[in-house]
Write a protein that binds this ligand. Structure first.
Ligand SMILES: *Cc1c(COP(=O)(O)O)cnc(C)c1O
Length: 376
């Protein structure tokens, strides 16, 4: 059996281990320390000076984003329907109620027209949401210009879930800089990783300060432990921040590599009718976190699951696209705005191995296996 090809494994740059040793030598093992400060500073520089709070996960960043915006029980929060459950679980953590908005086929991201319609409806009913969570899924920037304009009309803040979109841009502007507050993930499968980690970023220093405060158990600045609010233990450890500093050095290279992988898939699979690729809308420059294909059932008899199993039998990991939130049993009965866009992408989509260390030979192997699977 050939060695396994994983979907999106970690890809170290080289300096990570050195930085981790430095953290050991200085005994800054935990809880915070100089590498956390450095990681926050360097990520901030990369993002053009936004405030950064390094955290233990992307989910923690999204949770604190909502808390910092004052979301609480009974509030409504809109969220992209096509996403990973972490994007909207945090709405439930706050005791608030999610409303899911469908995508458009041009970008696979939240459809601004549906957002505008729903806001109009909810305004008339006097139940406007307190925030809108907009996801940049698979590294593709959402239509932020349109969404920002619509939300501004009602003064509703935007939480940008850029967990998958570090290094992606829209009209030259980096993802994660569009939200009133934004979240990144450094989970093991993301474009860069700290093994586990995340960051909250915002232009508003008050939001970033609030996130730091809530993430460190809401400890007031007093010599004794004094609390006026419920806190969380959400900070990133100094050891993991050391890994993050090494990874930031290679971020641009990782984006380039994943874009090259995407381009090669397009080239190698061009001869197969019925396979198409995820969009890159006008003005968007995606980090191509994962390459996602669509299998047209009118042309190809095999389903995405058939192809996934065929790849699996050759020791290649591929994966279904995210199952839309309105189709999840756990969110049954919640409001959903839209039609069949997310559902259709879910039924036809397949995520291909996209790790930045993937070799051309491995990609050939994957494409040969796909070709074999869709014959007949
Ligand atoms: C990975 C991911 C998250 C959660 O990040 P963690 O660091 O795993 O908590 C949130 N939203 C999306 C879209 C993600 O892909």
């Amino acid at each position: 059996m050939e060695p396994r090809i994983f979907l999106s494994p970690p890809h170290m740059g080289g300096n990570e281990a050195t930085y981790v040793s430095q953290a050991f030598e200085s005994n800054w093992i935990a809880p915070l320390g100089p590498f956390v400060d450095r990681f926050e500073r360097e990520l901030s520089e990369y993002l053009g000076g936004l405030g950064v709070c390094a955290l233990s996960s992307g989910t923690a960043a999204l949770h604190l984003a909502l808390l910092a915006l004052g979301i609480g029980p009974g509030d409504r929060v809109y969220c992209s329907d096509f996403t990973f459950s972490a994007s909207c679980n945090v709405i439930k953590y706050c005791g608030a109620e999610p409303v899911f908005i469908d995508s458009d086929f041009d970008s696979w991201q939240m459809d601004p027209a549906l957002l505008a319609e729903q806001l109009e409806t909810d305004e008339a009913l006097g139940k406007l949401p307190k925030a809108v969570i907009v996801v940049d899924l698979y590294g593709i920037a959402a239509n932020h210009d349109a969404i920002e304009k619509i939300c501004d009309r009602y003064g509703i803040p935007i939480v940008e879930d850029s967990a998958e979109a570090l290094g992606s841009r829209r009209n030259g502007r980096l993802c994660g800089t569009f939200g009133t507050v934004s979240a990144f993930s450094f989970n093991g499968n993301k474009i860069i990783t700290t093994s586990g980690g995340g960051a909250l970023v915002s232009r508003d220093p008050k939001i970033v300060e609030r996130a730091h405060f809530l993430a460190t158990q809401a400890r007031e600045k007093r010599p004794y432990y004094h609390h006026t609010t419920i806190g969380y233990n959400y900070r990133l450890s100094n050891l993991l921040a050391a890994v993050g500093c090494g990874q930031l050095e290679v971020l641009d290279d990782r984006v380039e590599k994943r874009r090259a992988i995407f381009a090669r898939y397009v080239e190698y699979l061009a001869d197969i009718e019925g396979i198409s690729f995820m969009p890159e809308p006008d003005g968007a420059a995606s980090n191509k976190w994962l390459t996602v294909v669509q299998i047209d059932p009118k042309v190809i008899r095999q389903s995405p699951e058939d192809i996934r199993l065929a790849l699996e039998s050759e020791n290649i990991e591929s994966r279904w696209v995210w199952k839309p939130m309105h189709m999840q049993p756990v969110f049954e009965g919640l409001d959903f705005v839209g039609g069949n866009v997310c559902r259709t992408i879910f039924e036809r989509g397949l995520c291909l191995p996209s790790g930045s260390a993937l070799t051309k030979a491995q990609q050939m192997r994957i494409c040969d296996a796909i070709r074999k699977a869709v014959r007949i």
